[in-house]
Design a protein around this ligand. Structure first.
Ligand code: SF4
Length: 365
């Protein structure tokens, strides 16, 4: 048996035991081998997480960012972006609309924008929790005190992509920050009781197969509840503007291997994948993904949240975005998740600690 066949057989028996060498062999799947890899990932997803696809409504409330990441259109040095900040009342209105459409998770996403103080954000989280939804934050790095306050105000989850487990590549692409600090923040989020999401980009210039294997092992070591893996898409206003984009095939392969390495983690079918290929999200849901994040940002702001160019859905309103994702789920014969869509391990803990999982926040002072 060759290395791929051996690793696939091992994954079929106990995917939690996959080694660095096994993961590299699976990531190297050739064209003729990929269908069996995708099918196994789909079976693991079905067995552990069922047929439900969870919708997480994402509100991109500020595109100001103090960061300078080489791959991101929101970097502070990109003067071609029209910057905006949503008022707390606008954020609450968008969240109310999303909850009214039946979404059970609201994701609050922004660049690293200190304008939104801990007082502003805890107030927003507190109000959103009254809608009986889970709240996910994706705000970049914040102080330990802020993270603790957000949690106490009721935030359930935090997304902080590690981007790449290759420390040298990380330092080149995210000047002024280190992988060590990023991983330290992820471990802190776990200690604070958040369900944690991490992830990275597929096809970053300088990325290697062993580096991707280390990405997946890092996320297994961190015991993440979510892993976001989408293709790198070059933005012309960034230093990487002339680099090639990550491919559909490589993204699906990494997603399928991620399902085997992180069998009970939530894996989104990313908007970036839907941007490089109109069928991308549907294909992702067939090889391990079980989450979609429809954009519920008011239409007037959408085109300005340009992490990468050509983002799909920027011409839609929130209702259309959600309806399209529901139609996609239906077309695949799957069903929409009806609960909060917490991590299965978290839901188990909640169940056995006798706490309700939706509303458990502490009003900020
Ligand atoms: S990746 Fe995040 S921190 Fe970096 S420039 Fe973009 S929004 Fe800012």
């Amino acid at each position: 048996m060759d290395l791929f066949e051996e690793a696939l057989a091992k994954a079929g028996e106990n995917c939690r035991e996959l080694s660095f060498e096994d993961i590299k062999a699976l990531l190297g799947a050739g064209e003729s081998e990929r269908p069996r890899l995708y099918a196994l990932a789909d079976r693991v997803r079905s067995r552990l997480l069922g047929e439900e696809v969870y919708l997480r409504g994402i509100i991109e409330f500020s595109n100001y960012c103090s960061g300078a990441c080489f791959y991101c259109g929101l970097r502070s040095g990109n003067k071609g972006v029209r910057r905006y900040r949503m008022e707390p009342s606008e954020i609450l209105e968008a969240a109310g609309e999303a909850a009214g459409m039946g979404l059970k998770t609201i994701v609050l996403q922004s660049g690293e924008d200190p304008f939104y103080t801990v007082e502003i954000l805890t107030g927003v989280i507190w109000e959103i929790k009254k809608l009986d939804v889970a709240v996910t934050l994706s705000l970049g790095l914040r102080s330990p005190e802020d993270l603790r306050a957000f949690k106490e105000a009721g935030a359930d989850r935090y997304l902080l992509k590690h981007e790449t487990a290759d420390a040298d590549l990380f330092a080149r692409l995210r000047p002024g920050t280190t992988l060590e600090d990023r991983v330290g923040s992820l471990r802190l989020l776990k200690r604070l009781g958040y369900q944690v999401g991490s992830g990275g980009m597929v096809g970053l210039p300088g990325q290697t197969v062993p580096a991707v294997a280390r990405d997946l092992l890092l996320m297994r070591d961190l015991d993440v509840e979510m892993a976001g893996l989408g293709p790198f898409i070059p933005h012309p206003g960034t230093p990487l503007g002339g680099s090639p984009a990550g491919s559909l095939e490589m993204t699906l392969t990494i997603l399928a291997v991620a399902r085997l390495v992180l069998p009970d983690a939530h894996l989104p079918a990313t908007t970036a994948l839907g941007t490089i290929n109109p069928r991308g999200r549907g294909l992702a849901l067939r090889c391990g993904a079980n989450v979609i994040m429809p954009n519920v940002t008011p239409q007037r702001y959408r085109s300005h949240y340009s992490i990468y160019p050509g983002k799909t859905g920027i011409d839609r309103d929130p209702f259309t975005s959600v309806r399209e994702m529901r139609l996609l789920i239906e077309s695949l014969g799957r069903s929409e998740g009806t609960g909060y869509g917490h991590s299965p391990k978290y839901a188990y803990t909640e169940l056995h600690s006798g706490r309700e999982s939706g509303v458990r926040s502490q009003k900020p002072e």
